[in-house]
Design a protein around this ligand. Structure first.
Ligand code: FES
Length: 96
């Protein structure tokens, strides 16, 4: 099992992920509020900061991220799988 730590509002939650699950699936399974739309790496609405650890998009491309967001360490949980334990921040776009 892989561990995902998510820091939201100064609290850290520890989640476990199966290797075949996308990070978005894990967050939703644990009731973490995150916006989603395309679930295909295109719209960018699930954008979230990756603070530590490695993720992989496999054959897919994170088209929903611009160069500035990539450089700032953001990733797209809807198409990302964990390559190691990861630590992430609060999803950038709040649920309405
Ligand atoms: S839901 Fe569209 S990029 Fe993640």
């Amino acid at each position: 099992m892989i561990k995902i730590t998510i820091s939201i509002n100064q609290a850290a939650l520890h989640l476990t992920a199966k290797p075949e699950q996308s990070v978005l699936e894990v967050l939703l399974e644990h009731g973490i509020p995150i916006r989603q739309a395309c679930t295909n790496g295109v719209c960018g609405i699930c954008i979230t900061p990756l603070l530590e650890g490695q993720i992989s998009y496999g054959q897919r491309q994170a088209r929903g991220l611009n160069a500035k967001e990539l450089q700032a360490g953001y990733f797209l949980p809807c198409i990302a799988h964990c390559e190691s334990d990861i630590h992430i921040g609060k999803p950038k776009v709040a649920l309405r």
